[in-house]
Design a protein around this ligand. Structure first.
Ligand SMILES: [Fe+2]
Ligand SMILES: [Fe+2]
Length: 336
């Protein structure tokens, strides 16, 4: 925020006030007026983000019962629990915009809302757990750190905590891979194979290239988004290449080379037709992920019913006690 924008804003309309708050790098809060399209964009983005956290537990959850040691199992459990927590913060942030979490879940399991396409790929070996932490959580960090400055307050605040946990996720993944790389030849091959399979899908996590991302300009004007997809993708590649070298793996891109002029890495074009296919439901695990989420939701119906009944009972008890106290108060005062 700069000194001149902190001056009282001579706003004429709610829209001008909204624009002034955005321009001043201040936050829009749930009770503030906001354009319908701003609200709708945020609901779509936050819901998609929340769904990704929840669906994202599945690929790694696949390995919970087969972790190679108690230590690895405890780490993976903690990570999966963190992801559940991220989903919950984000659903709560979406609810401040006037939608209901049950409605969002319904939209996810009926295919009307999306989640990150990366979670439609299978986890074939334990090295995938490490590569997901390193590359997928790494890409998530690049995407999410700028969201800590998002113009919508509840989303920005949720992201601060989420980013701290994502950075732990990335480090646990890298540490797991370092351990495997110090192991046998077969373990090193397993890491390289996982890197080969996850590299391009990780680059696709930033979305289509800028020319094919029509909503970017508006999201940037509203300061929901701070950088374009291509900027974030470049940042991710620049961060990751030296880590790959240190680890001793090859990134599967023959066009990867240092650009002296730009001071960054040039890289090849992801296969965008693959991203389109996966987004439209034809990835390797799309059906499995949604079926499992739907089954978990249905299996959990009794828990939601019990919690609702308990909350109603508590409300009734508190109500009866308050009514009792209201009746008894004069007598107690008289008795003193
Ligand atoms: Fe997360
Ligand atoms: Fe994570």
């Amino acid at each position: 925020m700069t000194a001149e924008v902190a001056e009282p804003v001579p706003a004429q309309t709610q829209e001008e006030l909204f624009e002034a708050v955005i321009a001043a790098e201040q936050r829009i809060e749930p009770r503030d007026w906001m354009p319908d399209a701003y609200r709708a964009t945020l609901i779509r983005q936050i819901a998609q983000h929340a769904h990704s956290e929840i669906i994202g537990m599945q690929p790694e959850g696949n390995w919970l019962t087969r972790a190679p040691s108690l230590r690895r199992k405890a780490i993976l459990l903690a990570k999966a629990q963190d992801e559940a927590g991220h989903g919950l913060y984000l659903y709560a942030a979406a609810e401040t915009l006037g939608v209901d979490r049950a409605e969002l879940t319904e939209k996810l399991i009926s295919g009307r809302q999306k989640y990150s396409s990366i979670f439609n790929y299978p986890t074939l070996t334990y090295a995938d757990v490490g590569v997901i932490g390193w590359l997928v959580d790494g890409a998530a960090i690049c995407n999410q750190v700028p969201l800590c400055r998002c113009s919508y307050g509840p989303y920005a605040r949720a992201m601060v905590r989420i980013c701290k946990e994502e950075s732990f996720h990335q480090r646990q993944g890298y540490e797991l891979l370092m351990t495997l790389m110090r192991g046998t030849e077969a373990q090193r091959r397993m890491v390289q194979d996982a890197v080969d399979r996850w590299w391009w899908p990780s680059l696709m996590m930033f979305g289509p290239s800028d020319g094919d991302s029509p909503n970017t300009a508006r999201s940037m004007a509203w300061r929901i988004k701070r950088h374009t997809n291509d900027e974030l993708r470049r940042r991710f590649v620049d961060m990751t290449v030296p880590q790959a070298e240190h680890l001793g793996v090859t990134l599967p891109d023959p066009e990867l080379r240092w650009n002296e002029e730009r001071g960054g890495w040039d890289f090849g074009e992801p296969d965008w037709s693959e991203l389109t296919r996966v987004i439209h439901g034809q990835g390797p695990c799309n059906t499995q992920r949604i079926d499992r989420r739907r089954a978990a939701h249905e299996d959990g119906a009794w828990v939601r019913e019990a919690a609702t009944a308990y909350a109603a009972k508590r409300r009734a008890e508190v109500g009866a006690r308050t009514a009792d106290e209201a009746q008894n108060t004069p007598e107690q005062e008289n008795g003193k």
